[in-house]
Design a protein around this ligand. Structure first.
Ligand code: ADP
Ligand code: MN
Ligand code: MN
Ligand code: MN
Length: 380
């Protein structure tokens, strides 16, 4: 029974009666780890047409590492809603920001408010993002142990080389899950641009974009939510560790492809080379602070990464911190790819960092770092 429950593929076992007219809104938020999501359901007896139809709600922050038991309540402020691909229409997934009881102080690891302020300031330049989210699929090999899907328990598969964009039973472990995720994201209305099997066996990627400003980060978080939920159904743990398996196995990144009205205009390529690359280099160390934890284990210079301590770039190079695609060079305008962010980033922080450096003169970097530092402190 437990087995069956763990791998339940269809949870719609009890259909609603036709006279039940409700909207189930799944309120979703980032918890006190800064990476895991939590969610709970609220039943509405009326139709939800706009954000203001969804009220603020509360939860027990002492159970999510965001509050102590005495002063435990945290507010949920709905900020984006999309179709719920699991429950179907008219039900919704609702991404929320978190606030302390004064309704003004952001709770631990809520950075969206700051990202919104930064994106608002840069709005006239229309910053676009395409985010590549890499992840591993892990299966359970015991109560607490996990190991990549398709790998022999405690052992290793054939070395890398044949898994990237692979087909075939020997090479591709978990396509059904990645495909289910892509479809669910499209059904939800998310801007997902594609999927591919990655360089390590049982490693995949999905891309969010092209999306403007804060929407890219909102959609990435919602796509992560859907991925975890699909993982539940397949009995698979989704892993965003920058280097989950030590040794000669690729780590997971979250490349940020970026452009704005200046890089997309005539002379954009020159502008990227002469202005943006030097600025990105200047703020390299500060950026890395905001580009995910344990990223130093991933940025080794091997496996299509650059070295942690050194900023490098190249036309069409996958060994640099930043790649300027050959199409950008060819057209003389376009976008660049920041390859440094780790898979476990908060896209609000990374998107803000790039926009701040390229469009706002780095004026928000200290604030961004401060906010992250503050959230990382143990609870009072
Ligand atoms: P890679 O070759 O690095 O694996 P991908 O195809 O996985 O590249 O991802 C590239 C991403 O760049 C896509 O998601 C795409 O939406 C995005 N992209 C393309 N053009 C632009 C642009 N002008 N601005 C921002 N992002 C872009
Ligand atoms: Mn890619
Ligand atoms: Mn990739
Ligand atoms: Mn890439």
């Amino acid at each position: 029974m437990t087995e069956q429950l763990e791998n339940l593929r269809n949870f719609n076992h009890y259909e609603f009666n036709s006279n039940v007219k409700v909207t189930l809104a799944e309120y979703i938020w980032i918890d006190g780890t800064g990476l895991s999501l939590r969610s709970k359901t609220k039943v509405f007896h009326h139709e939800i047409k706009q954000l203001s139809d969804l009220e603020w709600w509360t939860y027990d922050g002492s159970s999510t590492e965001q509050a102590n038991t005495k002063w435990s309540e945290i507010y949920l402020k709905p900020v984006v809603f999309v179709r719920d691909p699991f429950r179907g229409a008219p039900h919704l997934l609702v991404l929320c920001e978190t606030y302390l009881p004064d309704k003004k102080t952001p709770a631990r690891y809520n950075f969206r408010w700051l990202a919104q302020e930064i994106m608002e300031k840069a709005k006239e330049y229309n910053p676009w993002f395409g985010i590549e989210q890499e992840y591993y699929l892990l299966k359970r090999t015991g109560t607490t142990h996990t190991w990549p899907l398709g790998w022999p328990n405690g052992g290793f598969p054939h070395p890398q080389g044949r898994y990237y964009c692979s087909i075939g039973e020997r090479n591709n472990f978990g396509r059904a899950l990645a495909e289910a995720h892509q479809r669910a994201c499209l059904n939800a209305g998310l801007k997902i641009a594609g999927i591919n099997a990655e360089a390590a066996p049982s490693q995949f990627e999905f891309q969010i974009g092209i999306a403007q400003g804060i929407e890219a980060a909102d959609h990435l978080w919602l796509a992560r939510y859907i991925l975890e939920r699909i993982g539940e159904e397949f009995g698979i743990d989704i892993n965003y560790d920058p280097k989950p398996i030590k040794g000669n196995w690729s780590g997971s990144g979250a490349h940020f492809n970026y452009s704005d009205s200046k890089t997309r205009s005539e002379g954009g390529y020159e502008y990227i080379l002469k202005t943006l690359i030097p600025d990105l280099e200047k703020y390299h160390e500060q950026s890395l602070f905001l580009y995910g934890s344990n990223n130093i284990d991933r940025l080794t210079g091997a496996h299509e990464t650059s070295e942690y301590g050194k900023f490098t770039w190249g036309d069409g190079s996958r060994g640099g911190s930043v790649r300027v695609p050959i199409i950008t060079k060819e057209l003389g305008k376009g976008y660049f790819e920041d390859r440094r962010p780790a898979a476990n980033i908060d896209p609000y922080l990374v998107g803000s960092t790039i926009v701040d450096i390229t469009l706002l003169g780095g004026t928000y970097l200290d604030k961004l770092k401060q906010e992250l530092h503050k959230s990382a402190q143990p609870l009072q």
